[in-house]
Design a protein around this ligand. Sequence first.
Ligand code: HEM
Length: 127
Amino acid sequence: KPPLTPYDAIGEKKLHALIDAFYKNVKKHPLLKPIFPEDLTETARKQKQFMTQFLGGPPLYTKEHGHPMLRARHLPFPITPRRAEAWLSCMRKAMDEVGLDGEIREFFYDRLVVTAHHMINSKDEDQ
Ligand code: HEM
């Protein structure tokens, strides 16, 4: 039997619930709301595909959209250090809300921190 991936350990149902909870938080965040589309249905769908492959599951995102090139895809949006922290805070809250805890949470969250910091492409307004 192949080893369990982080995707298997979390499971599709919980991963999807996490991403739905995450975008509900994004919608309410004053720093994030203005840079996201009003309707987050398609954004959430793509994020479910991306996170699936990010966690070692099937490459759903790449199959439909090609190489993620995440930094390049984020360049149209001003991602400041504060927005990266806001994004991560929405994710921590979502993890609390769906009850994603323990080692798998630490592992997943640490990877998101690295990726979020990599997306920063602008300075905060008052810097
Ligand atoms: C798309 C913001 C970090 C993965 C987007 C979009 C925005 C955004 C505004 C476009 C939404 C749309 O037009 O549908 C941010 C901000 C971040 C951040 C402010 C703070 C650092 C991340 C991280 C990941 C990620 C850490 C992955 C681990 C994605 C993906 C998409 C996306 C997969 C969809 C790309 C596509 O259109 O195909 N993000 N993002 N983002 N983001 Fe982020």
